[in-house]
Design a protein around this ligand. Sequence first.
Ligand code: NAD
Length: 331
Amino acid sequence: MIKISFYDAKPYDEEYFNRVNEQYGFDIRYIEAKLDESTAVLSSGSDAVCAFVNDDVSEGVIDRLCDNGVKMIAMRCAGYNNVDIKHADGKIEVVRVPAYSPYAVAEHAMAMLLTLNRRTHKAFLRTRDFNFSLNGLTGFDLYGKTVGVIGTGNIGRVFIDICRGFGMKILAYDIAETCPYVEYTDLDTIFKKSDIISLHCPLNKSTHHLINKESIARMKKGVFIVNTSRGALINSEDLLYGLLSEKIGGACLDVYEEEVDLFYEDNSDVIVKDNILSRLIGLPTVIVTSHQGFFTREALSNIASTTLENISAYFADGSLPNKIRYKTVKI
Ligand code: NAD
């Protein structure tokens, strides 16, 4: 029987994976700890490990997994910036779930934008206390505003469709201009002309800190930035200064560059030492969610199905339809 060590397991993972596993009968060992050099030892005796966005799949971890006889790393996510693909090449197979529900993430991006703009999170708290004042809740119409979408793959395109439904003007930037119905432009134009900028590109060397003090300086005053992609697309300190100076009018952050030790856990009893995150969360022009863009029933179900199918196919006949290939990684 194929054995899988499943890292960073949460109750919702177990629920969806156990349901899909009824058809495969794999021996899945759910491990609460994240994968890193100290926990890789727990994979001993496993054929595959299953990892997620904040697991550490760097060089040393890959070597330990290989020493333990693990043949495959099955990422249960689309992004793979946390995997050293170059080091894994030729040593261990790495697969992912390239698309499970672009709607989940795109809809979350719009939900965050609507929430922060129209202050519904604050209105909800006020009316629970019979405070029916509208002071400070002013938003703006999305209709007619220009949204700059960076990355027009699966999620970016759905986000564009949603924005079109709101009557917004779309500007798009992508290194591969494959969406037939949007106006592509350069990054400088996106920065200068957008009222809202939404990030939907992967994190790699060329996109790391794409939003920084230089790019912020080129933006319109009051711009809203939405990041449901990866935290390190934004230099968080530069974002904070942009918000404090009111150059940036709003930041909707589902991801954060230092999220690894914080997100997905209850830290309400902990003194969080990340001063930048603490200041961001304290600002009325910021909302933060805990990397939950993917978190719908449909997405969880598709993630479980594709991940277990990836493992099943490889151990049945060596096929790897969702292999992450080193030479195709854009850096
Ligand atoms: P995708 O591969 O379908 O699309 C990514 C697009 O980005 C592609 O069109 C690609 O050409 C483009 N791109 C690559 N490098 C670029 C660059 N330097 N500048 C501009 N565009 C560039 O991926 P997707 O499924 O749309 O996912 C996008 C990102 O969303 C993922 O990389 C992942 O980081 C993030 N994501 C977040 C969540 C969440 O829960 N918040 C869930 C899934 C994915």
